[in-house]
Design a protein around this ligand. Structure first.
Ligand code: CA
Length: 478
């Protein structure tokens, strides 16, 4: 993959990608700690601050009450590895290496010399630790986490391994660590227990220097198992659904433990905490729990339900509490934001923008005019968000579906026939942003026209997702 492509240049031109210098005057003398909590496969409808219908997540509510909640945030992609690749490289899915979990050439590991968010922060003097699921290179490959900017990575390197919460081993910096099992499937046997403990230990060990803590926690994905599925044990759902709901509750509890640790260590005001999810909820949880918030589609799809993400940022004393932002953002923005926070120049060949002005309540000059996605599983899809327009297609020469997300957030009314000029514009964007990859074939027409392309029932989006323009934006965020 070319790091600087024509498409990258066009994208940067169209998107007014930030070239401004870091907001040094706005950043405290000591570089702020960054805790990025990335949960796996949780939908925006799983969290009470976004209108969850089946339970409450009080600690994540607290993050929003003490920080800024984003209403138009997107993950990196609609499945795990590509989403994490966007987060780490700052490149969008039409430019980066890992555009599906698998490829024609098997698992693709990040190459030597890849710029990652972790490497950037490590080079800027941060202690860097990752805990949970990596997925961008197995031990021994160039993509292993400890070769991509992490001082320490503990958990799962391989995504399939990450399904196993009662595993007999986890991995630390590429080395297998036995994980003792009592056989009773207790909390001590449950891998997330130790992964959270290691997350907290890393924060404590590095309290006196800037640190980047990447809490890539695996619940509520993987095998849907948990030692105790209270308070949902009596709900009239399948056991998997009860367990999934309880796994969301576990995440919430552990977010609370992180906040308590920061308070105990006196780090609140020097730590940015970001909470988000790597892709939309699995289709299995859409109907019983409303996990995609009533948006169309689910995990693996580039309709909103597959990519719209919860995204909350808390930084006491810096981010105004209880604020909402409708800034269009995806994981592509994390690397430039990290550069800004660390006071280092924005590297070239990055597709994102720094969100720091928005976080600090200042004028956000650099904005995305569009967001681009492509994915190759379960079939090829492209989507573009252009202001309130959403374009979607299943082949590079397939008919474009066009939706107005302002009036139709559930993507029900295809307006392509009455807005041909918008269709042509979005088709041009898709052509420009899609850089061919040797590892994936992008078909001209839909690959599996005989197969139902979507099983997700259509529902009414949650009120929180309907009234974006009525949200409570920060003063300079319009
Ligand atoms: Ca995932």
């Amino acid at each position: 993959m070319k790091l600087i492509s024509t498409a990258a240049f066009i994208f940067s031109f169209i998107c007014s990608v930030s070239t401004s210098s870091p907001l040094v005057a706005d950043i405290p003398a000591r570089k702020p700690n960054i805790i990025f909590i990335l949960v796996d496969d949780a939908g925006i409808g799983d969290f009470s601050t976004y209108g969850c219908k089946y339970g409450v997540t009080p600690n994540i509510d607290r993050l929003a009450a003490e920080g800024m909640k984003f209403t138009r945030a997107y993950s990196g992609s609609a499945v795990c590895a590509p989403s994490r690749c966007v987060l780490m490289t700052g490149q969008h899915p039409g430019h980066m290496l890992r555009r599906a979990n698998q490829s024609k050439h098997g698992l693709l590991a990040l190459p030597d010399g890849q710029l990652t968010s972790a490497r950037l922060l490590q080079d800027a003097g941060y202690a860097t630790g990752g805990f949970g699921k990596w997925g961008l290179g197995n031990p021994g490959t160039t993509g292993a986490a400890e070769k991509q900017g992490f001082d320490v990575f503990f958990g799962y390197y391989d995504q399939k391994h990450a399904h196993d919460f009662y595993t007999d081993h986890l991995v630390r910096n590429g080395v297998d660590i036995p994980y003792p099992q009592s056989g009773r499937k207790t909390w001590d046997d449950y891998s997330h227990t130790q992964i959270t403990d290691e997350t907290l230990k890393f924060i404590e060990q590095n309290k006196d220097r800037p640190f980047f803590c990447y809490a890539a926690w695996t619940p509520p994905h993987g095998d849907y198992v948990i030692p105790d599925n209270a308070p949902y044990s009596q709900k009239p759902w399948s056991e998997e659904v009860r367990n999934y709901a309880a796994m969301v509750g576990l995440i919430d509890k552990d977010v609370g433990r992180v906040l308590q640790k920061l308070e105990d260590l006196g780090l609140d005001e020097n730590t940015l905490v970001i909470f988000t999810s790597d892709n939309g909820a699995n289709e299995e949880f859409v109907k019983p729990l409303g996990s995609t918030g009533g948006l169309r589609g689910s995990k693996r799809m580039l309709y909103e339900g597959g990519i719209r993400a919860p995204f909350i940022a808390r930084w006491p004393g810096r981010i105004q509490p209880n604020t909402t932002s409708d800034l269009l953002t995806t994981f592509v923005d994390f690397l430039p934001t990290a550069a800004d926070l660390a006071g280092v120049p924005l590297p070239p060949a990055v597709d994102g923008i720094s969100m720091v002005p928005t976080l600090l309540g200042k004028k956000q000059a650099a904005r995305h005019e569009l967001l681009y996605f492509e994915i190759y599983e379960p079939y090829f899809q492209q989507s573009v968000r252009l202001a309130d327009w959403k374009g979607y297609r299943l082949g590079t020469k397939a008919p474009l579906e066009l939706y107005d997300l302002k009036t139709d957030p559930a993507e029900q009314n295809n307006l392509a026939a009455i807005h041909p000029e918008i269709v042509r514009k979005i088709e041009g964007i898709m052509t420009a942003e899609h850089t061919p990859s040797p590892h994936y074939d992008a078909p001209e027409q839909p690959e599996k026209v005989t197969k139902a392309k979507e099983k997700t029932p259509k529902a009414k989006p949650l009120p929180e997702l309907l009234n974006e323009e009525n949200a409570n934006p920060t003063p300079n965020d319009k």
